[in-house]
Write a protein that binds this ligand. Structure first.
Ligand SMILES: C[S@@+](CC[C@H](N)C(=O)[O-])C[C@H]1O[C@@H](n2cnc3c(N)ncnc32)[C@H](O)[C@@H]1O
Length: 211
């Protein structure tokens, strides 16, 4: 079993207060809490994509989605109907070196949601998914693996507002803006985490992307 403690400590030592809060709030549910599965219908006015449609849509681009070297971005991700499905599908393709491969699989999934409650729920849904998968497959990992997973979730599952401005002027556009600032029309461009993951080291730096 790999020990991820030193990587986790290095990453967490750079955390600001809010990142530490996000890390500590990630929990493992007994099962996925997806509104589309009927476990929470408090959102009454919104439509969350049911699993059979998620399945059909992702199958159309399956080869791209299953390739961990390719980035996937869900710009209006709700509680994670698509991100949990894609992560599950990626996990199912791993036949060896599960710890490192699963971290790589997660590290290229990016998620943006402007509703704070939903992104909080989604982070725990992703954590629940990997925890239940390990249990089901009887894969043993060190405790520090779970903290490493949380570090990736903290960075990649972002409370932010996707730039839905369709104006073609200027062409280059920022992908998203940080919340809660964007809600007050204080538009701070969102940086995206880029992970380097190997047995010897795990690091992350941030980059600006444009549409
Ligand atoms: C109808 S729900 C769908 C959620 C998920 N994609 C699904 O299929 O179940 C749309 C979500 O997009 C979010 N949303 C809408 N506009 C957004 C924007 N500009 N940036 C980020 N999130 C946005 C809403 O808060 C809501 O959770």
């Amino acid at each position: 079993m790999m020990d991820f403690t030193q990587f986790v400590e290095k990453i967490k030592s750079k955390y600001k207060k809010d990142e530490l809060k996000i890390f500590n709030a990630i929990e493992c549910f007994d099962k996925l809490h997806l509104s589309s599965l009927g476990s929470n219908d408090s959102e009454g006015y919104q439509v969350f994509t049911p699993q059979f449609i998620v399945k059909q849509m992702t199958e159309l681009v399956e080869n791209d989605i299953l390739d961990f070297t390719k980035n996937v971005l869900e710009p209006t991700s709700g509680d994670g109907a698509f991100t949990t499905y894609i992560f599950q599908k990626r996990l199912e393709t791993i036949s060896s070196n599960f710890e490192i491969e699963s971290l790589k699989a997660l590290s290229t999934i990016y998620s943006i949601e402007m509703d704070k409650e939903l992104i909080i729920k989604q982070r725990s849904n992703i954590f629940t998914l990997i925890s239940l998968y390990l249990k089901k497959q009887k894969i043993e990992v060190d405790k520090s693996y779970f903290d490493m997973v949380k570090c990736i979730i903290v960075s990649n599952f972002m409370w932010a507002m996707f730039n839905s401005d369709n104006s073609m002027e200027g062409m280059i556009k920022e992908v998203a803006y940080k919340m809660p600032n964007a809600e007050k029309k204080d538009y701070i461009s969102l940086e995206f985490p880029v992970w380097e993951i190997s047995e010897n080291n795990i690091t992350m730096h941030k980059e600006y992307f444009e549409i």
